[in-house]
Design a protein around this ligand. Sequence first.
Ligand code: HEC
Length: 126
Amino acid sequence: MLLMKWIHIIAISLCFPVLSFAQNMAPKSVGFEIMTNRQTGNCMACHDLPGVSGLASNFAPPLQGVATKWNAIELTQWVTDARKINPNTLMPPFGTTQGLTKVISDRAVLSPGEILQVVETLISWR
Ligand code: HEC
């Protein structure tokens, strides 16, 4: 009887760290991969992203909850060319090279399809 009780307690205590780990994990998506890849979005260089800890930065506002501030069209504008929303922004344009002087190629950092994936993830952060 006592042994059963101990097995129970151990089993329950083993479950808790697993549960809290699962809660801390942000749902992974193609958009999330683009945002956290240094070669593509690299958003976490400036933003705190849900589910990314350690290398998080507070240079820019955290992206947790952005979908409560902006709709899909506005979020697309932020990612494509933030200068259209705030001319003095420090956020680089990801969807255009227009007005940039030190570009290596005339290709934007992200394609329209990639921006769509990023916005799909942003819109889920409410
Ligand atoms: C070089 C730093 C930098 C990088 C990299 C960057 N941003 Fe930003 N971003 C900013 C800053 C700073 C702001 C705050 C608004 C401003 O200054 O215009 C901002 C604002 C935003 C906003 C509006 C947030 C709000 O709370 O209103 C969104 C959405 C956003 N960024 C998305 C992204 C995404 C997605 C990426 C990656 C693809 C990214 N940013 C990469 C600097 C950055």
